[in-house]
Design a binder for this molecule. Structure first.
Ligand code: GDP
Ligand code: GDP
Length: 462
């Protein structure tokens, strides 16, 4: 379990110095990827046994007046939204300035966790400044010297419990893999307990071909122009996440503009799956496959959608630029037909028409994402499953290869995220794929589970 730390503070407090100290030479690892923007740097950091991602907002050297221009505020807010923990640096030698107070206010309102550090704290000359930092009302400041490497133990001590807490939460989320653990079903099927929280935002990836409108869509969602859109190549960023409260639901959205370059160079999906852009799909709980209504279901769209399914992610298909379609009804029929034909593995996934430009359909997209997430987390009680299985077997008995009927004895849901089921049966190796499909489609319909992959394993009883 790793986390993201953002170093924020006004220019000249020592952010870059600290960034370099935490990242060391490891920056080289991320540096050859196109940067997030010119203003944000990201690096792989290490402190003791902690491994994490650190973001630095130091691209603001030229904005060093105290008026806190909008650009600085926006950049900081963006870093805060991307981070799990914010490290707020002030300068112990100059003491607290009005700009520091503005930063403190942003952080208090917006950040999940804030750690305050008074930097340049080596020597007695810094004592007064460290004391002053208390005024910010953000807990006890760490005495830090980024330049001399002092106070890093204290930083570690503050990061540790937060990282621990996050790891614990992640572990609670981990799927139950032992079939027998399922015995104490509570009877709930609604996926409750997985509602997104600020600490555990819903992870969404927006994927799709170049020019499908990913940046435009994300900008819409963010409600302000935080990403660069438009045709200029090279200024878009690699897979990166943004925190947002979309209609009150905490989400972390991964933008995958970087995916396209890799996809073009490399033909093979196997190669694709290790490329950086696809990290977004791996991190995501829900993948939004964004199509361009004018050219839907191109090879690249199909590959990405298939990959998301194979990775076991919940999938929502959104058809963008709906504002420029004339015959919307006919178009929608065509799209649905093409969807069922070209992506049978995603049967039942929602197909939502949107316009990132005008904002139309975004409420439906929002609802579809939430629902897909809920279904992805759903657990069906064993008793209900077995009643259902009995009905399915009666309706359409399993085949009898070489005159021996395959017996399906018992069924249970072994995991969630995505839902995975185990059927105990005789001769699991002889079970034809068509019968498994019959069961999966039945599960999807009878338990109302659209938009999520469903895994079904046949297991013999020894
Ligand atoms: P940023 O603008 O916040 O990224 O700040 P920099 O990292 O560029 O540092 C600004 C100046 O403060 C540089 O001249 C650094 O050498 C200096 N500096 C950074 N950390 C320390 C420190 O711990 N002690 C002292 N005395 N100077 C520091
Ligand atoms: P990305 O490459 O997927 O990030 O795509 P962009 O967001 O950069 O959008 C590509 C182009 O499509 C831009 O010129 C956008 O203005 C345009 N665009 C995006 N969404 C819409 C939409 O809903 N309707 C229309 N008409 N144009 C759109």
């Amino acid at each position: 379990m790793s986390f993201t730390l953002a170093i924020v503070g006004r220019p000249n407090v020592g952010k870059s110095t600290l960034f370099n100290r935490l990242v060391g030479k490891r920056l080289a690892l991320v540096d050859d990827q196109p940067g997030v923007t010119r203003d944000l740097r990201e690096g792989a950091a290490r402190l003791g046994d902690l491994r994490f991602t650190v973001i630095d907002t130091a691209g603001l050297e030229d904005a060093n007046d105290d008026s806190l221009p909008g650009r600085m505020r926006r950049l900081t807010e963006r870093a805060v939204d991307m981070a799990d923990i914010c490290l707020f640096l002030v300068d112990a030698r100059t003491g607290i300035t009005p700009t520091d107070r503005v930063f403190a206010e942003i952080l208090r309102k917006r950040a999940a966790h804030v750690i305050l550090a008074a930097n340049k704290a080596e020597g007695a000359a810094a004592d007064a400044g460290v004391l002053e930092a208390w005024e910010l009302g953000l807990d006890e400041p760490i005495r830090l010297s980024a330049e001399h490497g002092e106070g890093l133990n204290e930083l570690y001590a503050q990061l540790m419990p937060i990282a621990d807490e996050m790891a614990k939460r992640a572990a609670q989320d981990a799927p139950v893999t032992d079939v027998m653990l399922d015995e104490d079903d509570t009877g709930e099927t609604d996926g409750a307990g997985h509602a997104p929280t600020p600490e555990r935002p819903l992870q969404v990836a927006v994927v799709g071909r170049p020019n499908a409108g990913k940046s435009t869509l994300i900008n819409r969602i963010l409600g302000e122009d935080r990403l660069l859109t438009g045709p200029e190549a090279g200024i878009t960023r690699d897979a990166i996440s943004l925190r947002v409260n979309w209609d009150g639901i905490p989400m972390r959205i991964f933008d995958t503009a970087g995916m396209r370059k890799k996809a073009r160079v490399q033909e093979k999906l196997e190669k694709l799956s290790v490329s950086d852009g696809l990290r977004a799909v791996k991190f995501a709980e829900v993948v939004v496959v964004l199509l361009d209504a004018a050219i839907p279901f191109e090879q690249q769209d199909l590959r990405i959608a298939d990959l998301a399914e194979r990775e076991g992610r919940a999938v929502v298909v959104a058809v963008n630029k709906w504002d420029i379609e004339d015959d919307k009804q006919q178009k929608l029929r065509d799209l649905k037909e093409a969807f069922n034909r070209l992506l049978p593995q995603l049967r039942g996934a929602p197909l939502i028409t949107v316009s990132a430009k005008t904002g139309r359909g975004l409420d439906r997209l929002h609802a579809a994402i939430l629902r897909a997430h809920e279904v992805w987390n759903r657990r069906v009680p064993t008793a209900a499953l077995n009643r259902w299985l009995t009905g399915m077997l009666e309706q359409h008995p399993p085949p009898a290869p070489q005159g021996k009927r395959i017996k399906l004895r018992y069924m249970t849901q072994a995991k969630t995220r995505p839902p995975g089921f185990v059927v105990m049966c005789s001769h699991p190796d002889k079970m034809p794929a068509s019968y498994s499909r019959y069961l999966v489609n039945g599960l999807r319909e009878d338990f109302d589970m659209p938009g999520t992959p469903i895994r079904l394993h046949m297991r013999g009883q020894g």
